[in-house]
Each structure stands twice: as C-alpha cells, then as structure tokens.
Design a protein around this ligand. Structure first.
Ligand code: SF4
Length: 142
C-alpha cells in the first residue's frame, strides 16, 4: 500500500496486476514526455531518434506526448500491450506515469481518481486530511 502523506487517499499497487491497465487505455488523453525521456525510450528500443519520434510521438502545440492507437473502440497508449496488459517500456516510462496516481489534479478531487483506479482507497484519516485542507503547494511537487 502506497501513501503520500499529503494526498487524501492510499494506493495499493497490487491492483495493477488485475486491473487490465485502466490508466493506459480508455478515453483519449495525453501522456506527456520530455525530450530527455523520449531519448531514453529510443535508446531502450534501440531505434534512431527520428524513427522513434515518427512512430511514437506527437506534438501538441509546444509539448510532446506519446501517440495513441485506436483499437476495439478504445484508445491505447502506443506502448501498452493489450494482450499482456502491460507497459512495454515500463523501466523508461515518463514521469507522468511514474507519479500516477499522485497527481496534483487529484489532490483536491479524490472522487475522480476513486472512479478511475481500482487501487485507490480512502481511509478515515485520509478523509480528515481532506477536510483539513493540508495541501502542499504546487512548487513542492517533483
Ligand atoms: S508509457 Fe507505459 S505506463 Fe505510461 S501510459 Fe503508456 S503504457 Fe501506460
């Protein structure tokens, strides 16, 4: 069971073994990645960077995100294997994936992450924290 003190919920990563990759598939979304992260992924895949970029990266205004694939009526991150239900670049996944589900946007709205991730639970202590408004400032994150 993982907890980050200032978040009003707990995360049990054992749920990842059985949830089927809910955070990597479903609705369309953005998995943001830095140039440095993308370069590491390209090396791990043993691809030259321009081929890697063409196959797996999309530019969204000034930012870079991983491509999606539309398969069987849902969107998958391009690195998600729906048959083995796993991330194929797990060791080199972007920071956004590493920090899930402890994202700032869920801190004040834990109801949303409760719906999206079966590994989330809220204890009585969490509820008290939630009500006390004991929040980190944005600059403290990562
Ligand atoms: S990079 Fe890996 S962990 Fe992140 S969304 Fe894609 S498949 Fe999931």
């Amino acid at each position: 069971m993982e907890n980050q003190n200032t978040f009003p919920y707990h995360f049990n990563n054992n749920s990842c073994k059985t949830c089927g990759g809910k955070c990597c598939r479903g609705r369309s979304g953005y998995v943001w990645a830095s140039m440095e992260e993308l370069q590491k992924m390209a090396v791990a895949r043993e691809m030259d960077f321009s081929s890697f970029f063409e196959h797996y990266v999309r530019q969204v205004e000034e930012r870079l995100a991983l491509q999606e694939r539309f398969v069987n009526n849902e969107y998958l991150c391009c690195f998600f294997d729906p048959y083995d239900t796993r991330c194929t670049i797990y060791e080199n996944r972007p920071e956004q994936c590493k920090t899930f589900p402890f994202w700032e946007r869920y801190r004040d709205y834990p109801q949303q992450i409760l719906i999206e991730c079966p590994g989330i639970s809220v204890s009585e202590a969490d509820t008290e924290l939630n009500q006390s408004g004991n929040h980190q400032s944005e600059k403290d994150r990562l």
